[in-house]
Ligand binder design. Structure first.
Ligand code: UFG
Length: 328
């Protein structure tokens, strides 16, 4: 059996955890990453090819050299706030980059792809749990690029026989329980890493963006999913594609539990044993009050259950990672 899988963005946060899970399942991940946000130290479960999805010749070359059975596509710009300021970069990397990839796959006859999508394609659904059939109504340029790509996958499936799985992540968080990988964005904008940095004294304190939402404690509610649980879901989605899934399928991947910003900060203080200053700021533009998944489809169709997505487990693994990086 051909075990090779090209993993674009394989040196990034979710991509590197997926590579580890792929290797554990007997696949050989070949990371294809331009290292703009990824790290070469994170690509350690197979070869790393430094290249850019905006370079069609580099995509042809990596596919010709490794003849993969399938592709996992993580390479993308991800910061919602940045996407509002410079949408052109997001459309270029996320949309044109994916078009380049699909065309390179098509030229080489590679038909199976797992795509890193986001629950943000659904926009603000109010209090309802989000399912795969919730309306597609993205708000930010970032989420719009992901929705465009999902449409592109459906069209390539119909026209060219592509088989694709779009995994709509909720809030990817935590770190490898073995301490080999973790989240290392620069600059950091995500809640749990920022709170860990504050607990380590690397920041003077931190902000809560809005405490006047119509939520139980007034702060935004999110669905935090452990990155290793996400990685496992990718392997299951790939297995299913290679076993014959046709067309485009989408899955919501969350822990299925809503957690407020205040609950996250309480957990970081509890797990770290450190107190830090927290101040209330105005709402951050583009934040929906509540985003929580119904994970029934992923559970029944992929036979996937989040196992590490209890808040304290997420925070403990993130905290251990940030602590180890601070010592390094
Ligand atoms: N927050 C703070 N203070 C901070 C950082 C964040 O209060 O210093 C709040 C945010 O306002 C939000 C919550 O913490 O309410 C979570 O914010 P993150 O930036 O950690 O994550 P987001 O929910 O904004 O976005 C993440 C990913 C997106 C993805 C989305 C899906 O970054 O790519 O989850 O829910 F689309």
């Amino acid at each position: 059996m051909n075990t090779k899988v090209i993993v674009t963005g394989g040196a990034g946060y979710v991509g590197s955890h997926a590579c580890k899970a792929l290797a554990a399942a007997g696949y050989t991940p070949v990371s294809f990453d331009n290292l703009s946000n990824g790290h070469d130290w994170a690509a350690k479960w197979g070869p790393l090819v430094v290249g850019d999805v905006l370079d069609p010749a580099a995509l042809d070359a990596v596919i010709a050299a490794h003849k993969p059975a399938a592709v996992m596509h993580f390479a993308a710009l991800i910061e919602v706030g940045e996407s509002v300021k410079r949408p052109e970069d997001f459309y270029r990397t996320n949309v044109t980059g994916t078009l380049n990839l699909l065309e390179a796959m098509s030229r080489a006859g590679v038909r199976d792809i797992v795509f890193s999508s986001t629950c943000a394609v659904h926009g603000d659904v109010g209090d309802a749990l989000i399912t795969e059939t919730s309306p597609i109504a993205p708000i930010s340029p970032y989420a719009k690029t992901k929705a465009v790509v999902e449409g592109m996958l459906a069209d390539f499936a119909a026209a060219h026989g592509l088989n694709a799985t779009a995994l709509r992540y909720f809030n990817a968080s935590g770190a490898d329980p073995d301490g080999e990988l973790g989240e290392a964005h620069d600059p950091e904008s995500h809640l749990i890493p920022i709170a860990c940095q504050a607990a380590l004294g690397q920041r003077a304190g931190m902000f809560i963006y809005g405490d006047d939402y119509a939520t139980p404690d007034g702060t935004c509610v999110r669905d935090y999913i452990h990155v290793s649980d996400l990685a496992t879901a990718h392997v299951k989605a790939l297995d299913r594609l290679l076993a014959g899934q046709a067309g485009l399928e989408a899955f919501c991947l969350g822990g299925g539990v809503g957690t407020s910003v205040r609950q996250v900060l309480d957990s970081v203080k509890r797990v770290s044993g450190a107190d830090f200053d927290v101040q209330i700021q105005p709402r951050r533009p583009g934040d929906a009050p509540m985003l929580v998944a119904n994970v029934g489809k992923a559970q029944s169709v992929l036979n996937w259950t989040p196992e590490r997505s209890d808040l304290d487990v997420i925070v403990e693994t993130a905290w251990n990672w940030h602590k180890s990086q601070a010592k390094a």
